[in-house]
Structure formats: C-alpha cells, structure tokens
Design a protein around this ligand. Structure first.
Ligand SMILES: NC(=O)c1ccc[n+]([C@@H]2O[C@H](COP(=O)([O-])OP(=O)(O)OC[C@H]3O[C@@H](n4cnc5c(N)ncnc54)[C@H](O)[C@@H]3O)[C@@H](O)[C@H]2O)c1
Length: 382
C-alpha cells in the first residue's frame, strides 16, 4: 500500500512494502551534504523497492544529520566500508567533484550500480573510463543531470525528437544566480572542484544542449573570476562562464552562466532560460515554469504559452504526484526513481555515464579554449 506524504509531495510505500526487505535494492550514499538531503534521500524514499542501508560522510555533523533524517544506523567516514557491504547493491556518490571518479571506479569494481553527481569526473578520459568500466562490469551507471527531469524539459525533448523544430538554427541558455561574495566551500577551489561555474551550473545546460541537438563540433569559451577570496577563503575558480558553439547539425549555440548576477537570487527560482529556434518553431523554457513552454510559429505574432500534457508531469512509471508538494523541488525525486527502476528492470539509465562523459568533453574543450584564447575543434568524443 502507498500513502501520500504531503512534505515530499509523493506517494510513499507503507510499512508492508518496506518490510519486504529481501526484495529491496540496498543503497549506500557517499556524501551526505546539500544535494543528498535535498534530492537523493527524498527521491529514494519514493521508491518502494529501494532502501538506504548505509551512509558515509567525512564530516561527522553531516553524517549525524543524515542518519537522523533517514533513521539509517549504519554510518561510516570511509566510502570503502559502504562499497564492501553485501547489503549494498547500489551506490550514490554526492561528494566534491575530485572524489567522484575514484569512488565510482571502486564501486564498479565491487559490482555495485552507481548514480554519480555531476560533473562525474575531473576530465573526459576519467569520465569515459568510468562508463567503460561500468558497462564491462554490467552495472547500471547514471549521471545526475537533474534538470532533464523538469517536466517542460522532457516535453521539449519529445517535441524536438518528433521533428517539431524543423531545421535547428539556434540554442541559447542563460543561468543567472546571485551567490554574492559568500563562500562556496569546495566549489571555489580548483583542486577539489576542477572548474567553477562551468562544472557547477553550466554542465547541466551543456548536457541538455547535446540531448536536444546532438554533438558540438567546435567552440570558443571565456571565463572570469571576479573574487579571489570569498568570505576570507581563497578562490581560484570562475564566477562566470560563456561558450559560443556550433553543433554538428549546423545549429549555433550560446550558453552563459553566472553566480554573481546581482539581485537574481540564489535559489532554483532564479533565472534558468533556454531558447531553441528552428525553421518550423521556436521554443522557450524556464525551469521555474515547470509545466509550461512558450512556442513561436513561422509568421506568428509572437510566442504563445502551451501547458505541458499531464503524461509528462512525472517520469514514466514514477509514483510521484506532480500536483503535490513544491513541483520545483519534487521533480528532482524522479532521478532516484529512474536509477532504481533501471536497476530493477536491467536496462540503461538515462542519463548515463556516457552522457556525463559527453558533457565532460565539452567542459575540457572550454577549459582549453580559455587557456589558449582560441576556438577549439572537438575531436571524436564518443
Ligand atoms: N544534480 C544537481 O542538481 C546538483 C545539485 C547540487 C550539487 N550537485 C553535485 O553534488 C555534489 C555534492 O554537492 P553538495 O552541494 O551536496 O556539496 P556539499 O558540500 O553540501 O556536500 C558534500 C559532502 O561530501 C562530504 N565529503 C567530502 N569528501 C568526502 C569523502 N571523501 N567521502 C565521503 N564524504 C565526503 C562532505 O563532508 C559533504 O558533507 C557535487 O559534485 C555537486 O556538483 C549536484
């Protein structure tokens, strides 16, 4: 039996289902900070056939808070302990970027399914190696490109796939947040994060640009760091990034992202805009308008609003009721559902580590473009 949980905005399994532990997929979570509390734990709570059995964090206070919130008593500060457990079949990695690849590779070697936060690695070679290792071992692999789960994004992808855009002309995305000068923690340190705004926020937009329009062929990028310190701590990563690109299908792309767009707000309600223009239509998407797209038609007077059909409001087969809870929060829970459902049904996850590697190829090229102040041709990434 499922009962509706108002806080999560989802139908959650009743005790009878949770008691059938033998059939549940045991999940270990490595990294119990912001994204685990916000996305992974409530997402897993929605999955009748998953159970969090072990938690890991190097910070004792974070570990304790997550243990309190989940009631999970098996905790450790060493990810190796989680991976070694026989009751853990799947691992979620939600630690700072530098640690993703080694933890994922260790989990894969132990035969565990892996959902890894983005960016999944520090470079394309490591990301591709993760994908190949997971495929060779026959374990499910998933990159946490959460914005693919926004209902309007899913419907947009469906429309583009069905040919509604006609010949693709332009991709445009603009993510504007205001984090001010506050400390970003590990996110502002190159040796922990790899890149700043590029990996943090633009990586999602790189992912869905390629999901919608396919491979990029060449690009030129620029980044800028405005603050060398944030709240008294050194920062050596960019606060702003932009990429100008051409896709292999001939479309152009302009992608911009900033952490210091004053007054825009820090939350997910801040600006997250995408526009596609093609010969047959234009589509405009804002994350905050989760169930709406704006559409332009040839010769039209301007853009018109359409409501996303109800069948796109939640991921296929997800138990989530999209009319309950805050829809800007709850769409994220479908990500854990997709991971568990793919394990249960022995099928590839969407998005996979290959999607993570494809985004990483673009990030690497952007870093090279900035360093060498030139256009970069994308080699044959997979
Ligand atoms: N998909 C999304 O929408 C989304 C949103 C936020 C963050 N993220 C990604 O999730 C990851 C974590 O981000 P966050 O915001 O939760 O950061 P966070 O700092 O809030 O949490 C990270 C946690 O990992 C712990 N940790 C660090 N090293 C560890 C190790 N070796 N073993 C175990 N635990 C360790 C830290 O103590 C901390 O509690 C990052 O890769 C980030 O890019 C993705």
């Amino acid at each position: 039996m499922h009962a509706f949980n108002r806080d999560l905005g989802a139908f959650l399994p009743g005790a009878d289902l949770y008691n059938s532990v033998m059939q549940q997929i045991g999940v270990g979570i490595v990294g119990c900070g912001g994204v685990t509390l916000q996305n992974h734990i409530p997402g897993l709570a929605m999955c009748a056939d998953a159970k969090v059995v072990a938690l890991c964090d190097t910070d004792a206070a974070c570990l304790e808070r997550a243990a309190r919130e989940t009631g999970v008593r098996t905790t450790t500060n060493k990810y190796e302990d989680v991976i070694a457990r026989s009751d853990v079949q799947a691992v979620i990695i939600a630690t700072p970027n530098i640690t993703h690849a080694p933890i994922a590779q260790a989990a894969i070697a132990a035969g565990k399914h892996v959902l890894c936060e983005k960016p999944i690695a520090m470079n394309y070679a490591d990301a591709l190696a993760m994908y190949r290792a997971a495929e060779a071992k026959g374990v499910r692999n998933m990159s946490a490109f959460t914005y693919r789960f926004v209902p309007a994004m899913r419907y947009l992808a469906h429309l583009v796939k069905s040919g509604a855009l006609g010949q693709p002309y332009h991709f445009r995305s603009c993510r504007l947040q205001d984090w001010g000068r506050r400390s970003l923690g590990w996110r502002q340190v190159a040796k922990l994060a790899g890149t700043g705004e590029l990996g943090d926020m633009l990586s999602h937009r790189i992912d869905f640009s390629q999901m919608l329009l396919g491979r990029m062929e060449r690009l030129v990028a620029n980044t800028k760091r405005y603050f060398d310190d944030r709240s008294g701590q050194a920062s050596d990563l960019e606060d702003w990034v932009a990429i100008l690109t051409e896709f292999a299908n001939g479309a152009t792309g302009v992608l911009e992202s900033s952490k210091i767009a004053t007054g825009r707000n820090e939350s997910w309600r801040s600006q997250d805009y995408l526009e596609l223009n093609g010969s047959d239509a234009s589509f405009v998407f804002f994350t905050e308008r989760w169930n709406e797209l704006q559409v332009g038609k040839p010769g039209g007077m301007g853009l018109e609003k359409i409501t996303i059909p109800k069948e796109f409001w939640a991921w296929p087969a997800s138990p989530r009721d999209a009319t309950q809870g805050d829809p800007l929060v709850t769409f994220r829970y479908d990500q854990a559902f997709e991971f568990i459902d793919a394990i249960r049904n022995q099928r590839p996850c969407t998005p996979s580590f290959l999607d993570g590697a494809r985004a990483q190829a673009i990030m690497d090229a952007a870093v090279r473009s900035v360093a060498e102040r030139r256009w970069v041709q994308l080699e044959n990434y997979e």
